[in-house]
Design a protein around this ligand. Sequence first.
Ligand SMILES: Nc1nc2c(ncn2[C@@H]2O[C@H](COP(=O)(O)OP(=O)(O)OP(=O)(O)O)[C@@H](O)[C@H]2O)c(=O)[nH]1
Ligand SMILES: [Mg+2]
Length: 296
Amino acid sequence: MALLGAPNAGKSTLLNTLVGSKVAIVSPKAQTTRTRVLGIAMHALPDGRRAQIVFVDTPGIHDRRKRRLERAMVRAAWQGASDADLVAMLVDASRGFNDEARAIADRLGEVGKPAILVLNKIDLVRRDKLLALAATANASFAFERTFMVSARTGDGIGDLADWLAQAVPEGPLLYPEDQLTDMPLRLLAAEVVREQVFLQLHDELPYDAAVETEAWSERPDGSARVDCAVFVMRESQRPIALGKGGSRIKMIGSRARKQLTEIVGRPVHLFLTVKVKERWAEERERYREWGLEYDV
Ligand SMILES: Nc1nc2c(ncn2[C@@H]2O[C@H](COP(=O)(O)OP(=O)(O)OP(=O)(O)O)[C@@H](O)[C@H]2O)c(=O)[nH]1
Ligand SMILES: [Mg+2]
């Protein structure tokens, strides 16, 4: 099932909640997710059978077309919708069914996949407003179902998961039971670092930054050494990323290391370097790594 919606609707938060573990990065900034991210969940049916639900988190859909990366992200989101059996359109209930959401619902009609509506962030909205919102949304697209959830508090998530579990086709498991994502560790490490870049560098920088894992090596004591490069576009951004006496990059590294250690379940030594790479967003290689189309 593909999670589709405007930037910042809470798609990645919902994916993590449904999977029960952090596989996608989250930030208060729009356009956090840059690629399709797979999340895999096992869910028990009332009759005791177990269903495997495969979720695809997608980048937020918007109409900005200036940057190649933005175009590629939106392309990837729609591709995710086309590839899925079912689409869940997420709407930030506190923002309402605005023009942005309406445009997505309209285009969803062209994709021709069955879709459900998920009103997220209900912890921020009064119930009567939610009902009106559900009615408006359903007037512009024939959603199979409407769910009201809070990906943050977990409210309503059980109902959604129950419904999805009974909706998946019967058959052999597509992935091993304990697998949570198909993201390679190197990319996951880079994403965890990028999340901290988004969270800790609050100005313009997040969109001008990219992270790449340059080396991953196993140490004899069972720990891993991971070297990541943080790319910025301009020399003037280097000191911003580094912070006073290197304090910022140090803090980014220490938070990311902690997360990464939790995710891989063993000690990680993380080394970050800030590099100026003016044209990282125009390099074919980057797009291949992220699974994005370059020619968009
Ligand atoms: N109050 C509240 N905040 C939420 C909820 N779900 C997500 N958020 C917050 O909304 C912000 C955006 O969440 P993301 O999960 O990164 O949103 P996204 O749709 O993946 O965003 P993009 O990847 O940029 O398209 C974060 O600050 C989340 O903590 C919710 O149910 N309630
Ligand atoms: Mg996201």
